[in-house]
Design a binder for this molecule. Structure first.
Ligand SMILES: [Zn+2]
Length: 352
């Protein structure tokens, strides 16, 4: 008994020593980081049916061997708090302390950021989190998604996708946890989402399972068996300290939980689990006068606000289709047909 244990231990030790000796270099796009180094570069998306783009990437190659964690932000380039959080992490992560490698992509959708266009890439009018796994010969969004799949998703072990309320969305912070039915993967993704610490967690079921049509970045990693979560904080063009801190500290806590950083994680103990989302959409254009704020609890049938035409006549009074928490509500008076007026989360009866 003892002898067998000792042999197993010796084998384990030898393996870890040889791993530590391998002074490898991690290359992502044009960024190339030797062990214990931080490097910056670009994912160069070549020109195709439309223009080229260069997506910035940072590789933090830890001094000790370990897993690869990808942090991706700015698919929606005006969800600023999530972008600034990754900028802070670029500075904050110290390779000397890290086991494994962290790949940070702070801003996927550069044209959106620079031109202040919410929701889509203004180059091709497409959301940069709906066209995964991408296409080498598609429009810019599809080519960028293709490159991110090859360079980031294929090489990581875990992935976190960062979002928030866009320019026109007043959003309270929340995370998505998407169980896949694969027990070990779901155990780790749940560990990640609890360690991240956001106090509202949406259980996201029924997602595409076809690897050729995954749509979302985190789902592209998930169908390949990689534990992945989505986190959201920030609202309507603001960069509030509290929102950025939630995302920065949540990331560090998740890295503690994944044993990529020494120290203890601070998991949320009793989050509000959301089991269903109800979108309230505008039936036509008008001026929006809200009666609720992000985070407000509403009962089914409760009036959410008023919509008038441009001479002050009331044309609609949208009501909550379900009882739940207002996860986000339209932050500006402008409304066109089909716009999302509010998103209401139905609280799950029990934790999953
Ligand atoms: Zn987003």
């Amino acid at each position: 008994m003892h002898r067998i244990r000792r042999i197993v231990l010796a084998v384990g030790l030898a393996a870890s020593i040889s791993g530590a000796k391998g002074q490898t270099t991690v290359r992502v796009g044009t960024a190339s980081a030797a062990q214990g180094q931080k490097a910056t570069g670009y994912l160069e998306v070549p020109a195709g049916v439309d223009g080229a783009t260069s997506i910035p990437v940072v590789v933090v190659h830890g001094a000790k061997p370990g897993k690869v964690l990808a942090l991706v932000s700015g698919a929606h380039g005006t969800e600023y708090a999530s972008i600034i959080a990754i900028e802070k992490l670029i500075d904050r992560l110290d390779p000397a302390q890290i086991s494994g490698t962290v790949i940070l992509v702070p801003l996927v959708n550069i044209a959106s950021f620079e031109q202040k266009v919410p929701h889509v890439n203004p180059v091709d009018g497409k959301s940069m989190n709906r066209f995964y796994p991408g296409k080498a010969d598609g429009t810019q969004t599809e080519r960028a998604s293709y490159l991110i799949t090859k360079e980031i998703v294929d090489r990581c072990d875990y992935l976190i996708d960062y979002h928030g309320g866009d320019l026109d969305e007043s959003l309270r912070p929340y995370a998505y946890w998407a169980p896949t039915g694969r027990e070990e993967q779901d155990r780790i993704s749940k560990l990640m989402v609890l360690a991240f610490g956001l106090d509202h967690i949406i259980i996201w079921r029924e997602r595409p399972s076809d690897p050729a049509a995954t749509r979302y970045l985190d789902n592209t990693a998930a169908v390949l068996g990689k534990p992945s979560i989505v986190v959201e904080a920030g609202h309507a063009g603001t960069v509030e300290t509290d929102d950025v801190a939630l995302l920065v500290n949540g990331t560090l806590s998740t890295m503690h939980a994944l044993k990529m950083l020494p120290g203890e994680s601070r998991p949320i103990e009793n989050p509000v689990w959301i089991e269903k989302l109800a979108d309230v959409l505008a039936e036509g254009p008008g001026i929006w006068y809200p009666l609720v704020k992000r985070g407000t609890y509403v009962s089914a049938g409760m009036k959410l606000g008023t919509i008038t035409d441009y001479v002050g006549r009331v044309i609609a009074e949208p009501r909550a289709p379900v009882s739940g928490v207002v996860l986000h509500v339209n932050a500006v008076p402008s409304l066109k047909k089909g716009d999302n007026i509010a998103d209401i989360g139905v609280v799950a009866a029990q934790a999953p």
